[in-house]
Each structure stands twice: as C-alpha cells, then as structure tokens.
Design a protein around this ligand. Structure first.
Ligand code: NOJ
Length: 761
C-alpha cells in the first residue's frame, strides 16, 4: 500500500514537472514570437500565410524565379512538394540569408504512405488493424522525409468514406469512426514522435477537414450535406482523435458544409476545431481551396480570402488570395490586424515547434539523405507490413498457400508492373526500381518454380479510359492486338501450368484524387480473361489490385481463391509472393464493406435499423426496407478476412451483466487456433445501444485486438466496457451515455458475431 502511494506521488510529481516544463517552453516561444511579430511589417505578416506552388524553383533556377523573389521579400511562408535536401537547403538559404527577418520556410510534401520506401495505400494499411505497424510506417516515412529536407507532411488523411465510387477512399481508413480514430492517432504519433524538435520527426497535417469523404454521388470535390448528429458521432470522430493526439496542423477540405465551403466555414474552423476541441496548431487550405470559393459562388477573390481568414484559416495553399487581397481588406475593415497577427503567429509557432528558428537547415543533412532513405531495414519492414494489409477473401478449396514447385502461369495486365505497386499518392518514390509481381515472385521462389507469364488483356478495352487511369508514370504498355488474340495467347500459356495466378483489377491511378468511378467491377476485358482462365479447369488464384471495394459477385462465385492485395507499396511484389507461398499467413480484415453491386452504395455495417427492418433470416419482405433484386447484405462485410488457418471462438463471458456510471464490466472470449498453421486473428467487439434518446446504429465497433496463435493454441481476449465507451452525441450534441440495455457482440467480422446482453444503470 505504502509502495503504491509512493509510486503515485512520484508519478504526480513527474506529471507536474513536465507540465511546468511545457509552460516554460510555451512562455519562451510566446516571448520569441511576440518580439518577432513586433518587427514584422504587415506585408511580411501576410507573406507568412502564403504557400505558393514552388514553380520554376524546382528546376534549378532558384535565384531568379518569381518565387525566389517573393521569398527574399518575405512573402512566402512555406513551399511544398520539392524533393531533395540539397535543393531544399538552397531554397531555405534564400529565406534565412536573403530576407530581411530571416524567417525560415516550412517545406511540406504529400508523404502519404511512405516516402521512398512505400507502404500500402492507407485503405490497405488500415486492413492490418495493427496500430504498431501503422505507427511504424509513419515513423519510417518521417525518418526518410526528414532526411531529405521535409518537415511537414500532408497526412494523415482521415476522411471517413462509405462510397466506393469515390477514388479517394483509397487514401483513407475506411468506413468506421472508431477504427479511423485509432489509426489517426497512430499516424500522428508516428510522424511527430514525442518531440518535434528532433531532426527525424515531422509535423502532421490532418486532412481534409471536414467530411470530404461524404461527397454526393462519390464524385470528387462534390457537395456534402449531413446532419450534425451524424457529423459528430461518425465523420468528425477521426479528425478529433488526431487533434487529441497533438497533430500540429489541419488542412481544410474542398467541400462545403451547411452551404459554406470548409475553407471559409467559421463554425467548423473556429467554433468546433479551436473552441470545442482546443486545437492550437495552424490551418492550411487545400490546393487552390481559397480561390475555388469563387466557383462555389460565395464571392470574388478578395471576399473569399477575407471570409477564409475570418473563419480561422491561416495559410493559403496556391491561390495567393490571402497575400494578394488582405491588406486591402484590412483597409476596408473586412478583416482586422489582430486576425492577421493570429494567423501569422500560428505559422511562426509551427516553425518554432519544429526547431527551425534554432537551425533552419536541420532537415538538410546530406549524410542522413544518403543513409536513411530506402534502406534495407525500412524495406524489410515495409514488406512485412504489406503482407499484413492483404485480405484473403476466398480460399474454398485450399488452393492457397501454393507449394514452391511445379509450373505457375502468372497472367494479367497488372502482373508485370512495378510502377503500379506503389499505389496512388507515392510522389517521392522512384517508380522504376519497384519490382512488379513477376519479378518479385521469381526472386522469392528462385528456381523451385517455373513461372510462365502472359499479359492476357489490357487494363480496359477503352483506350482513352486506360490513358486516364495510368497517369503519373503508371503506363501499362497497351497491347494493340484484338482482345481475343491477347486472351487466347494467355489461355495457351495457362494450359502449360499447374496453377494460374490472375493479377487483375484496377491500375493504381484508377483510385485516388479525381478518380471516381460509376462502375466498380473489374473492367470487362479483364473479366473476359478471367472467365477464359477459369474455363481451362486449372486452379485459379485471383490476386486482386484495387484502391476501393469492388463488386465481385461473379468472381466470388466462380474463382476458388481471391487474395486482395490493394496496392502494397514498394515491397508489395515480395509480400504477395510471401503470402501466396505461405511464408506469411494472411491476416488482414476489410475496413470498408464490399457491396454486391454499385446500387447498394452507400453501404456500411454501422447503419441504423429503420422502422421497417427485415425479419431475421429474410432477404426480402414486401413493405420492408430492402431491394427487389439483391439482399441488403454486402458481399464481404466490414471486418471480414480469412486465414490459412481456422479460429474457434468460445462463448462470451461477462464479469457481470450490469454496471453503473462509476463501474465497468469485462467481456472475455477464448479464441483457439483450430488449424494447422500459426496465424493472426483480429477479434472485434461491437456494441448496440438498444434504446436511446436518438436512434442508434445496429452495431458499432468499440474495441479490437490482434493476436497470434500457434496451431492448437488458445488465448483469452478481454475487453473492458466502461460508461465512456457508451457515450454518443445526442440531439443537443451533448456527449453522454444513457442508462439502458445493450447488446455486446464479439466476433471475427461485423457479421459473424456472438452476442451477450448487459445494462447500464
Ligand atoms: C490536393 C489534395 O486534395 C491534398 O490531399 C494534397 O495534400 C494537396 N493537393 C497538396 O498536394
């Protein structure tokens, strides 16, 4: 007892000390920035709010370019997407040696899922459900980016999305707020570490604030319209989590909210973000987000720029609306100098927190650039993490894992493309050194397996669509021969093999920004190829590439094995081979539901019940909430994913069936590996609040644990249920729990669960 109270005192003391240290540091920063602000002219203050395109500064003409001139005049706060520590040093030099006040620049970049070592696209990474791995991927990205001059990343992207048509679903974490929040925190921790003044940590920029993933019709940049209850309970959750994790900056989204674009939405950027959530970093617009408000129809450049500043926007990416118009708006009384000061202060604070005033070249260490980027160690970790992101969707006849013997036919337009492995938004990497699946597989199996290859089809029959879908160096070398000739050639090749691997799906640029689709099937020409391969009667494994959930009903019915590999990054080829040949047992689980067809969208597991739900076991009932032609069920539900082994779940054991506001209860389940291989399982906890003051979802993810089990091994997984876990935003947007009855569910995915009941008194 005595020991415990001494420990308690010690930890309180340590807490108080670090609080005091933080207060001192803040006071020091305020003094420094206060005195700097006093020396700044209005023009220089407004200059800090400017994040222009680097333009010709990247072509080696740094000294003479227009941006260089502005930097020397103190009219630029930062630049982005410039690569290379030498180049960045050169540009930084203009700011700190040739501008009047020598204020360093911020250098940002879209370091989204890795830098030169590339990790899976975020939607894939999320399917690992492994917070340590996700944090580690961000850590490595930060180490590499910071070694190359970058101090600020436009990541994590935490936009919740339930619409597979939207191309940018690839960049987020899927459909669930709770999981999205956990991932957001892990990413911020990974980028920022505990100490931003270190030279290998970088500032995170959470985007796109807010609700960008809910665009109407899944069309990029489109309108969003949503109830506040849904916002707070679902879509805003991951951004809030990232803010609580200490993210240093936020990017405003392109879409409108309640009729006002996010970039000029005061309710969003000030009332919610700063006042309610206590965010004290800076807010940057998205690319031309300010000037786009002219097309949104809320005013000319001067008006929208003033509105943005008034709303709480601090930095203008590319539009140069704030720098061009704010002094006039100040004269006219549309904005105040205090507002300009506040925005400028926040940007200077970010530079201070990063330690740029102490050493503006701290990220420009050539030695680090030579030794810490794309290292063997980073690539080994990326290979491991890529394998964790793959989701085994089907393996009916246990075709997988394959034996390292015999002859394999590797067929498909995505079988031999390294450039497509990296996935969308991998701007820093060198695509030409990334191995395609053919190369990676050959390296992994050596001469044990004979590998035959044929392309089999183009990405799509529509040459123009293929062109639009293979931009940024992702060309798939279109084969101009007739479709059937290409297919026949592949079938001939396949006939000489024991097993066929069909590497099909989307190209990497078929998802991502401005890549929405109204048809989410595998393109028709590839499906024809797949049908022809299945007709050979040989076992077929579909290795699927995709940046979004696809509609795969035919494939699910006709292809015995489907491994969804998303776009696994620079080491994906090896990782796919690792999984196909059983060196790694797949363990990923979907974080976005795969619909049966596009008409079911938006489809997500945590929906409401409606007043006319279907009776248990029915898929259609007249005058109930359903469709005439397909059931309400997705093809593959949220949380779904198979393994080469099998797991058995014992009955749920509750420590008690009720608790009160000061109490808690535990729910345990024994999970056993009943197969013959070691494997990992992600155990998921869902809760349903049966009666509320507002309607509640049919289930909500409230916990998960990923465990490893040897064959025959059992582990007990225990979740603690507290009142905190049961809180939600009610109709007055009050965040609280309500006493009543709950159903608790534990299972291997959102559909296959066991249930138990408890009540909160
Ligand atoms: C536009 C995108 O929406 C955003 O995600 C990205 O960070 C910026 N461009 C900068 O490249």
């Amino acid at each position: 007892m005595k020991k415990i109270s001494i420990l308690l005192c010690l930890s309180l003391l340590m807490g108080a000390c670090s609080q005091k240290k933080k207060e001192n540091q803040d006071a020091e920063m305020n003094r420094f920035i206060g005195s700097l602000l006093k020396q700044m002219t209005l023009e220089e203050k407004i200059g800090q709010l400017n994040l222009p395109v680097a333009g010709d500064i990247t072509t080696g003409q740094a000294e003479n370019s227009d941006v260089a001139k502005k930097i020397k005049e103190g009219k630029v706060g930062g630049l982005f997407n410039i690569k290379g520590s030498e180049k960045i040093r050169e540009v930084q030099r203009l700011a700190v040696e040739e501008s009047r006040l020598k204020i360093p620049l911020l250098f940002g970049m879209d370091v989204i899922h890795g830098y030169e070592t590339v990790f899976p696209i975020p939607l894939g990474l999320a399917c690992s459900w492994d917070m340590q791995a996700i944090e580690q991927s961000a850590r490595i990205a930060a180490i590499e980016a910071s070694a190359d001059g970058i101090c600020w990343t436009f990541s994590p992207m935490v936009d919740l999305c339930r619409d597979a048509r939207w191309g940018r679903i690839a960049e987020g974490n899927g459909e669930d707020p709770f999981l999205g929040g956990e991932i957001a925190k892990a990413m911020v921790r990974g980028y920022q570490g505990n100490d931003l003044t270190q030279n290998n940590t970088i500032m995170a920029c959470v985007k796109h604030f807010a609700l960008y993933g809910a665009s109407e019709s899944g069309r990029d940049y489109n309108t969003v319209d949503m109830s506040r209850v849904r916002m707070f309970n679902e879509y805003l959750w991951p951004y809030h989590a990232a803010v609580e994790a200490g993210a240093g900056s936020i990017m405003a989204s392109f879409n409108e909210i309640d009729g006002i674009p996010a970039t000029a939405n005061r309710w969003l950027l000030t009332d919610v973000l700063r006042k309610q959530w206590g965010f004290n970093g800076f807010v940057v617009s998205d690319y031309t987000g300010v000037s786009e408000m002219i097309d949104h129809g809320i005013g000319d450049l001067k008006t929208v720029s003033a509105k943005a500043l008034n709303a709480g926007l601090d930095m203008d990416m590319v539009s140069e609306g704030l720098p061009a118009t704010l002094s006039e708006s100040l004269e006219e009384g549309q904005v105040t100098e205090a507002q300009i000061d506040a925005a400028c202060r926040r940007i200077l604070e970010a530079k201070y927190k990063l330690g740029l005033f102490s050493d503006p070249y701290k990220y420009c260490d050539q030695k680090r650039a030579g030794s810490e980027i794309y290292t063997k160690e980073h690539r080994t970790i990326a290979r491991k993490i890529a394998a964790e992101s793959f989701v085994l969707l089907k393996d009916d006849k246990q075709i997988l894992p394959l034996k390292k013997q015999g002859t394999i036919a590797l067929i498909g337009p995505l079988a031999d493309s390294g450039a497509n492995m990296a996935g969308t938004w991998s701007v820093a990497t060198k695509l030409d050194r990334i191995p395609g699946l053919l190369e990676g597989m050959k390296e992994v199996v050596g001469d044990k397996v004979r590998i035959l290859y044929a392309k089999g089809s183009n990405l799509t029959e529509d040459a123009e669509l293929e062109k639009r879908s293979t931009v940024f160096g992702r060309d798939l070398k279109r084969d101009e021969r007739p479709e059937q000739v290409i297919i026949n050639e592949a079938v001939q090749t396949a006939r000489n093999a024991d097993v066929i691997i069909a590497a099909l799906g989307e190209s990497s640029e078929m998802s991502g920004e401005s890549s929405s689709r109204t048809d989410i099937k595998i393109p028709e020409t590839q499906r024809k190829l797949l049908k022809a391969l299945v007709q050979t009667g040989k076992p077929v494994v579909l290795v699927l590439f995709t940046g979004r959930p696809l509609a795969l009903v035919w494939e699910n019915e006709n292809v015995p094995a489907i491994l969804n590999t998303w776009f696994g990054g620079s080491e994906a080829a090896y990782a796919i081979a690792d999984v196909l040949f059983g060196d790694v047992n797949p363990s990923g689980k979907l974080t976005a539901s795969f619909p049966q067809n596009i008409g079911q969208i938006p489809i997500f597991y945590n929906h409401k019940n409606t007043g006319r739900p279907l009776a248990e076991g029915k898929w259609f009932q007249k005058f109930r909430s359903n469709y005439l032609d397909v059931s309400n069920e997705p093809l593959y539900p949220f949380g779904y994913g198979l393994s080469y082994t099998t797991f058995n779940y014992g009955a749920i054991r509750l420590s008690s069936d009720s608790f009160n506001a000061n109490g808690e209860l535990t729910a345990s389940v024994v999970v056993t590996n009943t197969g013959e291989r070691a494997g990992k399982e992600i155990i998921q906890l869902y809760i349903r609040d049966l009666v509320g003051s507002i309607t509640r979802p049919v289930k909500e993810l409230k916990g998960f644990e990923k465990i490893s089990l040897e064959p025959g091994e059992s582990k007990t997984v225990t979740f603690t249920i507290t009142p905190e876990l049961l809180r939600f935003y009610n109709n007055d947007l009050k965040y609280d729990y309500e006493p009543g009855d709950f159903v608790l569910m534990i299972g291997s995915n959102s559909r296959d669960v066991q249930t138990a009941s408890f009540s909160l008194q």
